[in-house]
Design a protein around this ligand. Structure first.
Ligand code: NOJ
Length: 763
């Protein structure tokens, strides 16, 4: 057995030793309890001591979930060693107590004293909720994301959780899919950088050290390619797309040392991911070199019955375990059926042993045998600490993307009377986004509060809701089944909310409209067929626009929105779901204390009918015939797009031959700040492999970016190496190839801009 994760699994990783007194302990600790032994020695000592039931227990995860946590689960399962892990989805006020209560049973009352592992979904913060991952991705700043995830880990671990189900490493492909909110966007390179940064943030250099948690790369594999953006659905991913689009972020996360991977709900080509041996074993362990353990998604193992792939729980369990899915989440088919499957000779005991080894290694790596308990929570010393709050504020400002600005922003500090209109102007809960961790609405600084704090003495802010997020309008009708449809014959009537908003707009020097979609309309099981503003917000927008007052529209959503009636003379700042510091970070941007530098990590379409739409598509054999009869094929805003309060001019791209044979050529250009403010620019490198013998390559692929800070008038030369990493691709078998021939090179502020410079790679 190879020693895995050498840096993590060394004895020194298990710092101070707390001797655990159990009935089994003699004066000399058993090897598996001895932190001076290597992890492999400890695992090798412990495994043969375990009964089959205890082994299956280590492969089973149950849930402690509000409000049922006092009754469930049955502690006797823990006492008998038939349960190895929990999802601890409960309020931090009681989570440490509950954690320790069950951990005491596991450590002191079970035969071998193997500690439990507690997992939870802290995907963009725990109590300090940061912007949703799609917002974090818009910062294009791995170091910032790493710091945010490190804060999340610190708070999470203090609440009794040692394992987070993040980072989501899926690639956004279709904005209808609610879970694009949880992704780092549509590009494999950007996603890879941010997935790796997240793993580093969560795990640090030693996941067993205080303040760190084990990371989970999820959902493996291709979950986001679900047909029609419908959650949990079938995927039909070609080998090329699998290797070049969906795998790289998992590869990067594995290389960053992620301890666990979660298998996904989709079935690719009809095979549920949880039972896909080719993906879970040949690719994940063989090609990617993953050494940790794989956990299923929630009841994912038995869902293969509903898929029509397995006939019984026993078959589902056997096929998933044999495929390489080590732990079962929530459903109990492993625990209930695998002993009989072994007895019947349908699965070799060695397969169980290997899965148990993988789980035990992670428990040792996390130092759980030495530090099974969580110290009493001093919430006021752990949560929402000043450094965390400051970081959250910075990430909000850095993730907001300025999409349109006909000289309305930044607001003058001397503005006398502002109107903030819309259902999202003063709503804390809606700012938290999907999977808000333990973020609380009362911890949120709303946009209203953030703006108020910036007003000059004597200036005023009038806040008017205008309408609700999901309010049915006079043009809608509720059918007998409860669904709401548009009634084309009904008369549009003014309603008091909108009338009050119009009156407030007419009184204001500048109007800020806070619009979007409810946070529950993105995330899991939250796909949408329309990407419009919900409820009566379009009417509100039209009515306020008609006042002619200077207008700033701030949108909040978990995905791109389609707002065909957005006025061209308004500024548009897209803020995602920004988390607890929504109002402070956004007020910084609106008043110009922070200059916007967010760039889209996902394409904004003009219409839902364009979906799926992403920048890295193909030219086809007829590149000039790509439009719809009724709409251009071009997006409204491409991947990588975002404005600043200054302007930048890019020079022509130059290809500089290598200084010495064997070295790569360089592509470079100059970027000038042509405006009046110092600001960051995100300079992006895109490539196209003009002719590829293994199959056509996308029209453009992001292969690098650099953030540069430029003073007004300053010029910077920005260079990128045209090396193997920039020029290559994966073939269908997963081999990285770089072919001699022509490439097009863009160094640009976003995708799809102008002609690329030509570079010829010779060998
Ligand atoms: C189901 C979701 O798909 C997954 O992302 C999450 O981690 C688990 N539930 C656990 O909450």
């Amino acid at each position: 057995m190879a020693v895995i994760f050498p840096s993590l699994f060394r004895p020194a990783a298990c710092a101070a030793v707390t001797v655990l007194l159990t009935p089994l302990m003699a004066d000399t600790p058993l090897p598996y309890r001895d932190s001076n032994q290597t992890i492999e020695t400890r695992v090798a000592d412990l495994l043969p001591r375990m009964t089959l039931d205890e082994k299956l227990g280590q492969l089973s995860q149950s849930v402690i979930c509000e409000p049922r946590h006092r009754e469930e689960p049955n502690p006797s399962l823990v006492r008998s060693g038939r349960l190895g892990a929990f999802i601890l989805a409960i309020d931090p006020a009681v989570s440490v107590e509950i954690h320790n209560q069950f951990q005491h049973i596991a450590v002191e009352e079970s035969r071998l004293g193997i500690p439990l592992l507690f997992g939870y979904d802290a995907i963009h913060g725990f109590r300090t909720t940061f912007p949703i991952p799609l917002g974090l991705a818009s910062t294009w700043d791995p170091a910032l994301v790493e710091r945010a995830q490190a804060v999340s880990a610190r708070e999470t671990r203090a609440a009794g959780v040692d394992w987070t189900f993040a980072p989501m490493s899926d690639l956004a492909r279709d904005a209808r899919w609610g879970r694009v909110a949880e992704t780092f966007g549509e590009d494999p390179f950007l996603t890879s950088q941010l997935a790796a940064a997240s793993v580093r943030g969560f795990q640090g250099t030693d996941p067993g050290a205080p303040g760190h948690v084990a990371a989970t790369l999820k959902h493996y594999l291709g979950y986001s390619a679900a047909v029609g953006g419908r959650d949990y659905n079938l995927t039909e991913i070609t080998p090329f797309a699998l290797r070049n689009l969906h795998l790289p972020s998992f590869h990067a996360g594995v290389q960053a040392g992620a301890l666990t991977v979660m298998s996904s709900f989709n079935a690719n080509d009809g095979i549920p991911a949880v039972s896909d041996r080719h993906q879970l074993t040949d690719i994940l362990r063989g090609d990617l070199g993953f050494k940790g353990f794989v956990v299923s998604d929630w009841e994912g193992v038995i869902e293969s019955i509903a898929w029509g792939y397995s006939a019984t729980p026993a078959e589902a369990a056997r096929r998933s375990l044999a495929a390489g899915n080590d732990m079962e989440m929530v459903s109990t088919s492993y625990r209930d059926t695998l002993a009989a499957e072994i007895a019947a000779g349908r699965i070799p005991p060695a397969v169980i042993d290997e899965a148990v080894r993988r789980v035990l290694r992670v428990k040792f790596a996390l130092g759980l045998f030495e530090h099974p308990y969580t110290p009493a929570l001093a919430a006021d010393k752990v949560f929402l600490q000043p450094d965390a709050v400051a970081l959250a504020r910075e990430t909000v400002a850095r993730s907001a993307v300025l999409l349109q600005n006909p000289d309305v922003l930044p607001l003058a500090k001397t503005v006398k009377h502002l109107a903030l209109i819309g259902p999202l102007g003063d709503d804390g809960d809606e700012m938290l986004g999907t999977w808000p961790g333990m973020g609380r609405p009362q911890d949120v600084v709303t946009l209203a509060q953030g703006l108020r704090a910036k007003l000059a003495p004597g200036a005023t802010l009038e806040v008017v809701r205008g309408c609700d997020l999901l309010e049915a309008g006079p043009r809608t009708r509720t059918l007998m089944d409860g669904s709401v449809v548009i009634d084309p014959v009904a008369e549009a009537r003014e309603t008091p909310g909108i009338a009050a908003a119009v009156a407030a707009a007419n009184r204001a020097d500048v109007v800020i409209l806070a619009l979007g979609e409810p946070r529950g309309w993105s995330g899991e099981n939250a796909s949408r067929a329309e990407l419009s503003l919900t409820g009566r917000q379009s009417e509100l927008l039209a009515a306020v626009t008609a006042t002619g007052r200077p207008l700033v529209i701030v949108t909040f959503s978990g995905r791109p929105l389609v707002i065909p009636t957005l006025p061209v003379n308004a500024a548009w700042l897209h803020a995602w779901h920004p988390g607890v510091q929504a109002g402070t970070g956004l007020a910084d941007v609106l008043f110009g204390d922070a200059v916007p530098s967010g760039r889209l990590a996902i394409t904004f379409p003009r219409a839902v009918g364009q979906l799926p739409l992403f920048y890295n598509g193909y030219t086809t054999g007829r590149p000039d015939k790509r439009d719809y009869r009724d709409l251009p094929s071009e997006p409204l805003y491409p991947f990588g797009y975002g404005l600043s309060y200054t302007t930048f001019r890019y020079g022509a791209v130059e290809i500089v031959p290598p200084a010495q044979p064997g070295q790569p050529a360089t592509a470079r250009t100059t970027v000038i700040n042509t405006g009046r403010r110092p600001a960051d620019e995100v300079v992006q490198l895109y490539l196209r492999d003009v002719a590829c013998s293994e199959g056509a390559r996308p029209e453009q692929e992001l292969r690098g970016w650099q953030r540069v800070h430029l003073a007004p008038g300053e010029t910077r030369t920005v260079s990128f190496a045209l090396d193997d990493a920039a020029l290559g691709f994966f073939n269908r078998e997963g081999r990285w190839l770089t072919e001699p021939g022509d490439f097009l090179v863009w160094i640009a502020p976003h995708a799809h801009i102008g002609e690329g410079a030509r570079y010829t790679l010779t060998r």
